[in-house]
Design a protein around this ligand. Structure first.
Ligand code: AMP
Length: 283
């Protein structure tokens, strides 16, 4: 039996009209487009677990700061739609910024403590934009499950908090980070990297992997891991480190001792490109 082709909604009302007629479990994969194998792994997981799969493509202006890459962010809608259709998505929503934030919009969601460190510190207002748009996507799609990547570890913590605090009846499914063969985490922003940047970009995963090896040896002092990561990152003169963190995976507070699971995360600038990566250890 040939599969019915993917339905496309532009307005909120179009989305609701299509959604209402889809019965059975619904899985949502929110994206900003410029799709790669990481995004498609989320779709595949949703496809395996849900009767219906929806995706959104929306470059959310509210999660970009004033000097950030909103206008440069890669966009290729035709290619993205073909990839989603090929991956078996039933319904895709591609709202415009004007639909999402019409004149007069003034209701924002702030997830407080877990939004403050790490990305929240480097990118003020970022998680307010993320939490608000994700809440709007949840209301629009009414999914039973929503799929997010471990690549954006703090985003997962913020969204889990949002779902719990505001009683969204939605299960959050976290999918492993998909990497290039040399370890670089896939990201739409990797398209910004020059050939030279691309070679240097392996430094993030090399730093994390070296710290993981040390963790497995059973050290108790997180400063050991920090020193290892710092020395690998500093050996790459083109990398500018924004932060190195060894934190509790739930509270995101820096740990003083390696007893239980920890989240190693880092943000690095290579030229004009800002890259993040993380590993969850002992989880
Ligand atoms: P984005 O389009 O970058 O906002 O990402 C949409 C979703 O895909 C988010 O839940 C990301 O965490 C997830 N994602 C992005 N890159 C990867 C990756 N390399 N592996 C797994 N998930 C990813």
């Amino acid at each position: 039996v040939p599969k019915e082709s993917m339905k496309k909604a532009s307005t909120f009302q179009e989305l609701r009209d299509i959604r209402t007629n889809l019965h059975g479990t619904f899985g949502l994969v929110p994206t900003m487009g410029a799709l790669h194998a990481g995004h498609l792994s989320l779709v595949r997981r949703a496809r395996a677990e849900c009767a219906n799969v929806g995706a959104s493509i929306f470059v959310n202006p509210a999660q970009f700061g004033p000097g950030e890459d909103l206008s440069a962010y890669p966009r290729d809608l035709e290619r993205d739609l073909a990839l989603l259709e090929e991956a078996g998505v039933d319904l895709v929503w591609t709202p415009t910024a004007e639909m999402m934030y019409p004149a007069g919009f003034q209701s924002w969601i702030t997830v407080e403590e877990v939004s403050r460190p790490l990305e929240g510190k480097c990118r003020p207002g970022h998680f307010r934009g993320v939490a608000t748009v994700v809440a709007k996507l949840f209301n629009a799609f009414s999914p039973d499950r929503a799929y997010f990547g471990q690549k954006d570890a703090q985003q997962v913590v913020v969204i889990k908090r949002l779902v719990q605090d505001l009683n969204f009846p939605i299960q959050i499914v976290v999918c492993p980070t998909v990497r290039e063969p040399d370890g670089l985490a896939m990201s739409s922003r990797n398209a910004y990297l020059s050939a030279e940047d691309r070679r240097s970009a392996t430094v993030l995963y090399r730093a994390l992997a070296a710290a993981e090896a040390e963790f497995r040896r059973g050290v108790s002092d997180p400063e050991r891991l920090r020193t290892i990561m710092r020395s690998i990152l500093h050996a790459e003169p083109r990398a500018n480190v924004e932060y190195i963190s060894i934190a509790d995976p739930d509270s995101l507070i820096e740990v003083k001792e390696l007893a239980g699971p920890v989240l190693l995360s880092l943000a690095v600038r290579l030229g004009k490109t800002r890259l993040i990566d993380n590993l969850l250890l002992g989880g």
